[in-house]
Design a protein around this ligand. Structure first.
Ligand SMILES: Cc1cc2nc3c(=O)[nH]c(=O)nc-3n(C[C@H](O)[C@H](O)[C@H](O)COP(=O)(O)OP(=O)(O)OC[C@H]3O[C@@H](n4cnc5c(N)ncnc54)[C@H](O)[C@@H]3O)c2cc1C
Length: 800
């Protein structure tokens, strides 16, 4: 038995062959100096995560030869196959290229695939490197040591692993990808969190643009893109895919498939029954579609190598290759993304009937420390419910769900089977209702017509946001009516039954509950699948404050676990805990809400706490803050005129632009560490009215008339100039949204969150006939003494 290629498929074939036959003469021919090395680990040695290079050599040529009693010829290339004489001609690359012949009864071709290097101008520059073996790895590692900026071309699995590892080395990294998303085999919405994680880690992403060539520019190399854009770097890592190494097979007249890979049958036999082939070089078939498929991955290569030995040495028992599923996974910083089976993109392209169900839940019990969100998308057949594929992303537990569904695909299971799967559960590992069960329940609900899931907000439906008011105000869904789910049944009367509705929430679960309430009340309702997800925020740069004075013993640090809680609960918990911190005491908080990194920093700033650090570890935000040693009481007034901070604002105007100006100032003042009181009087009170009418008993006719005539809430305030019966206001809102400027509800929610006091003038309320229940939650009621008291302690005092 002669095996060409001594790594994944070749070494597997050799090892299994020896276990089945002690008497067989087995020769492994390998072009490189190494055999059986861990190519999948190469990026991690470059980044230093696998520190010891020797760990990548799973076997040395000597140890492999000894262990399996093989003849291992390294630095030897198979250059020709004489099929008639059944000999392989090999060239000794180490000894002047001498050629010799190796006779075979059975020949195994496991030559793998080589990285694509298209014939672009400048591609041969020595700074454009690819990664396939240990020598490539050494070259990239050495070049990366002196490089400041690196371009990674290709946002596939290897490209992203390289980007991650190069960032770990502190390099400036830009990734260029021709497709308009990272990880092109995934569906775009499942790849989006990976792109966010890359950006959050400081990787520059250039999507939808392809490389056109390279040209030296000063000390650097400039990459020219199809769009005309130019990016310079000290090093380029080309990771745009691989092509099967099928030249030897082609020259021997073996049949090749569409992508130039070697055609094989179910037992990995080529068109010559004495020549087998396995791994990246072969065209096998897709398990679900039964169509030809070349899949350059480690798992198939290993299994195929083993199967070949089985078929040679125990043909009666050998089981045919069952085809590829395309199961793959990658870690990119603190997020993993995986897939198995068919994607939605692929199903749509093939014109196959499918349905997609997407859910987000925690990877284990939400109350157990370390809970992080996991999104799972399931593709299934509307005809019989059979699973067609799945994709998942999240910080933890992605591998387990993808593997469960890969197993389901092999078993031909359907959504009813997944709903019944009994998976291992205890709080550190999963939930009593695993996310795999949940996605199947959601699919069953959709199939059975209990819910109409939609992937995006339809333009022809009114939007009902059922998230808590504080959350909805922080990240409003444009044009949505917000009724928190807890109030929905009582407030159904506020919704127009004549209109079709779509419900939305953070993750797609509460919106489903709400859709069920509405559907049973006779509404035409759909639910937004997957919800309005929070995106990870950019990393927060924190300037560490000076250490506490020497000699003063610092109080024991406090800890707070907010994992598994959604915004704004973590922040509210932090606020409550901070009120009991002793001066100089530290608080270490863990949270899984992706927006928490940004929120905690704003919170610390606005409340005078010292931020000691914010980092992301495995999908969790770990933040440390400290109450200053000289901060005696959190809400103590600042002593001395010179240290006065904050502001008191009288909001007299009820005009959109003026209310907005006052909220901007309030947020700014609170961010500067001051206390802020906004005193709403006369027309200003309209800004705080609830947008939906509230039934108030016992109002006089005049009070009622005022109620009808006055604008109700932030959304109804007119512009002070060019209002044109509301058209100007709408134009201004549109203008601000398109320029991504903050909107009024967002500013109000931020001010509330930061601790701004909203005081409404009692006397003005009486005058205008407005009752407390008509105003939004969280306002206080006061008089002129309240205003004057607040004004005395603050540095700025404005009348708007
Ligand atoms: C950086 C990197 C990361 C990867 N990460 C993953 C991962 O995380 N998960 C995953 O599933 N897959 C991963 N892969 C892919 C996986 O390594 C391959 O699918 C697998 O190694 C293919 O096995 P193979 O035996 O077909 O080819 P290889 O393992 O490439 O071995 C082929 C060998 O044949 C030799 N050869 C070729 N032609 C000749 C000849 N004429 N004469 C003598 N010798 C010859 C080559 O020198 C080579 O050493 C990764 C690949 C790389 C490069």
């Amino acid at each position: 038995m002669v095996i060409v290629g001594g790594v994944a498929a070749g070494a597997s074939a050799a090892a299994r062959a020896r276990r089945l036959s002690e008497s067989a003469r087995i020769t492994v021919v390998e072009r490189g100096p190494d055999v059986s090395f861990a190519n999948c680990g190469l990026p991690y040695h470059i980044g230093g995560e696998i520190a010891d290079r020797a760990r990548l050599a799973v076997q040395t040529p000597g140890s492999l030869a000894n262990l399996l009693n093989l003849e291992v010829l390294v630095r030897t290339e198979a250059v020709r196959i004489d099929r008639d004489r059944k000999v392989v001609v090999v060239r000794d690359l180490g000894a002047g290229g001498a050629e010799s012949e190796l006779p075979y009864d059975k020949l195994v071709l496991a030559p793998g695939a080589s990285p694509l290097r298209p014939p672009l101008p400048g591609i041969d520059d020595s700074r454009v490197l690819t990664l396939r073996n240990l020598q490539d790895m050494d070259r990239i590692k050495a070049a990366a040591q002196v490089a400041r900026r690196v371009l990674v071309i290709g946002a596939g699995f290897i490209g992203l692993e390289m980007a991650e590892q190069l960032r770990h080395l502190g390099k400036e990294v830009a990734v260029i990808e021709a497709a308009d998303q990272v990880l092109p085999p995934l569906d775009p919405e499942m790849a989006a969190p990976v792109a966010e994680a890359l950006r959050a880690a400081g990787v520059e992403l250039v999507l939808g643009d392809a490389i056109a060539g390279f040209t030296p520019e000063g000390d650097q190399l400039a990459a020219l893109l199809k769009s005309g854009k130019k990016l310079s770097a000290d090093l380029v890592v080309l990771a745009i895919g691989v092509k099967p190494e099928s030249g030897l097979a082609a020259a021997a007249g073996l049949e090749l498939g569409g992508r130039g890979a070697i055609k094989v049958d179910d037992f990995m036999r080529t068109s010559d029954p004495d020549i087998y082939a396995a791994g990246d070089a072969v065209e096998s078939f897709d398990r679900l579609g039964k169509t030809p498929m070349n899949l350059p991955l480690g798992g198939p290569a290993n299994r195929q190598g083993r199967l070949i030995a089985d078929h040679i040495f125990r043909p009666a028992e050998a089981k045919p290759y069952a085809g590829h599923l395309g199961t793959a996974i990658v870690r990119v910083f603190d997020i993993a993304a995986g897939m198995t089976g068919w994607s939605e993109k692929r199903l749509a392209q093939a014109g196959r009937a499918y349905r997609a169900t997407i859910v987000t839940d925690y990877q284990h019990a939400s109350y157990f420390p370390g809970a992080t969100p996991l999104t799972l998308k399931l593709l299934w057949s509307p005809e019989d419910g059979r699973v067609l594929g799945a994709q998942a992303s999240g910080a933890d537990g992605v591998d387990k769900r993808i593997d469960v569904i890969a197993t389901a695909l092999v078993g031909g299971l359907g959504i009813d089977d997944l709903a019944q799967l009994e998976l291992a559960y205890a709080p550190p590992f999963g939930s009593a209702r695993d996310v795999v069960n949940t996605v199947a329940f959601a699919a069953q609900n959709a199939r059975d017509g209990l819910v109409r899931p939609v992937a995006a907000l339809p333009a022809d439906r009114a939007v009902l946001d059922v998230r808590p008011a504080a959350v909805a105000q922080l990240s409003p869904v444009p044009g949505a009516v917000n009724i928190p789910f807890s109030e929905l049944r009582a407030r159904l009367g506020e919704l127009d039954r004549g209109r079709p509705w779509v419900t939305v929430c953070a993750l797609g679960k509460t919106s489903y509950f709400a859709a069920r309430v509405l559907a049973q009340a006779g509404f035409d309702v759909a639910s937004l699948a997957g919800g309005v997800k929070a995106r990870p925020s950019a990393p927060v740069s924190v300037q560490p404050p000076p250490p506490p004075p020497a000699g003063v013993p610092a109080p024991e640090p406090a800890t707070l676990d907010c994992t598994g809680m959604s915004c704004p609960v973590p922040l509210l918990q932090v606020k409550a805990r901070c009120e009991t911190l002793a001066p100089g005491q530290e608080l270490a908080v863990s949270a899984s809400d992706p927006g928490f990194a940004r929120d905690i920093e704003a919170f610390a700033r606005s409340n005078g706490f010292e931020m000691l650090g914010v980092e992301r570890i495995k999908g969790q935000v770990k933040a440390r803050l400290r109450r200053p040693a000289d901060q005696i009481a959190v809400a103590s007034p600042l002593p001395g005129e010179a240290r006065r901070k904050g502001a008191t604002l009288v909001v007299f105007s009820g005009e959109m632009d003026k209310v907005m100006a006052s909220l901007v100032i309030a947020n700014g003042a609170v961010a500067m560490g001051g206390k802020v009181t906004m005193f709403f009087t006369f027309w200003g009170i309209n800004a705080l009215r609830r947008e939906q009418p509230v039934e108030v008993k016992g109002k006089s006719i005049l009070d009622r008339m005022f109620g009808w005539m006055l604008p109700r809430g932030l959304g109804a305030l007119p512009l002070s100039k060019m209002n044109f019966g509301g058209a100007g206001r709408r134009m201004m809102k549109h203008q601000m949204a398109s320029k991504q400027l903050p909107n009024l509800p967002g500013l109000l929610a931020a001010a509330k969150m930061a601790g701004v006091r909203f005081v409404v003038c009692n006397m003005s309320m009486d005058a205008m006939g407005i009752r407390a229940e008509e105003l939004i939650d969280g306002v206080e009621f006061g008089g002129v003494a309240d205003y004057l008291g607040a004004a005395e302690t603050t540095g700025a005092n404005l009348f708007i």
